[in-house]
Design a protein around this ligand. Sequence first.
Ligand SMILES: Cc1ncc(COP(=O)(O)O)c(C=O)c1O
Length: 433
Amino acid sequence: MAYSPRLVRARGVPLSSLHSNLTPLRSWDGGVVLPPAPLPILPIEPSVAPLPDEWAGHGPLFGSVGEVLEQVQPEDPLQVWRPAVLAATAERFVRGFSGTPFFAVKCNPAPMILRALFAAGVQQFDVASVEEVRTVAAACPGAAMIFMHPVKSIEAIRVSSHDFGVRVFSLDDPRELKKILAHVPSGANLTLVVRLAVPNDSAKLKLDKKFGASPAMAVRLLRMIAAAGQRAGLSFHVGSQCGSPDAYGTALRLCAKVVAKAGVALDVLNVGGGFPAAYDPTVPVLEEYFAAIDSLRRGLPELRHAKLWAEPGRALVAAAGSVLARVELRKGHSLYLNDGVYGGLNEAGPQIGVVHPVTIWRNGKVVQAATVNFKCYGPTCDSLDVLPGPYALPASVRAGDWLEFGMAGAYGQCLRSGFNGFGGGAVVLVGGG
Ligand SMILES: Cc1ncc(COP(=O)(O)O)c(C=O)c1O
């Protein structure tokens, strides 16, 4: 993928002039950065705190979002990352899940994020394209990869298996099985994982229509894999932002029936993604999902002996990222922002409807006051560029205020399009609040 550099328009201090020993502000894809400062240097400097190696080149580490806004005085939206939160979230998953988590790279393929997850213990990756394979290999040399897209090009099968040593592939159709077997290195020992369609009733984003074999087809595929002398696995996706641990129970029971019918020893059980981000307090905690999966799997003899894998995306990265967008105009209870659905807030649009927790920043401080409900519009001319919310915000919110959309580290950043000429998305790192 050709990453294009993004400029940060800012009225404040270019970070490079404050920290001549630090690389300037970068966009998430590594593109550069700040133009010469039109305004004099401000007296305050960002707090300099130790920055873990995996984030090097993206510093400095600011003490707070308020400090970012005062120092940089940005004119475009920013992507904020909190390295400590990312490390803690990843460590929590690794500690709590009783199998091996593979990060779903599609959720955020920025090399700094892959490196930070690797350093925190998530050292395996779920990839879905050759470009993702290359990105992981470059960012985290030697990391394990599984290719979990059920429909792959012949080139993708060839390059990933011949050049990068990938040996695990998913499929949901006999023609795909034939394709994989024909294009991997001869004699390769593979693990071939059948993607089973399971109910997605509890998910915000349903993923059961496009991919996934019926139970009868899954039985057939498992037998074909065993007959080809390869290891057999089973996977599913309960849908993204799954609101109930029971969804995994339903899926696991279906898996057990399929395995029993197929009469094939299962090498891998991959419970997919779907683990939710805590956008609001009603979302069950991750530990409830881990416990449900663990206890059910142990009770099902067909699944008990298989290796347990998962492919979490948003649960690993959402909490550590936020998007800073400025209010350009207020009309009643509608706020017109400089970022939206075609920027870093794709999932807050009407199609998915995530309601991110929002903090208001003014003059470097959080505004706290009695709230009323607002909806927001993104900057493009498209009427789909709307964030319906509702967002409970201080009644005094006004043009010039910055909205920090929290829990925004999943999907939005890599879906930024630049549509209609609205850019932004440069990365700033924050150590504190
Ligand atoms: C095959 C596969 N695995 C994992 C994921 C990650 O899902 P989530 O972000 O819900 O954890 C996705 C998301 O689309 C997916 O398609």
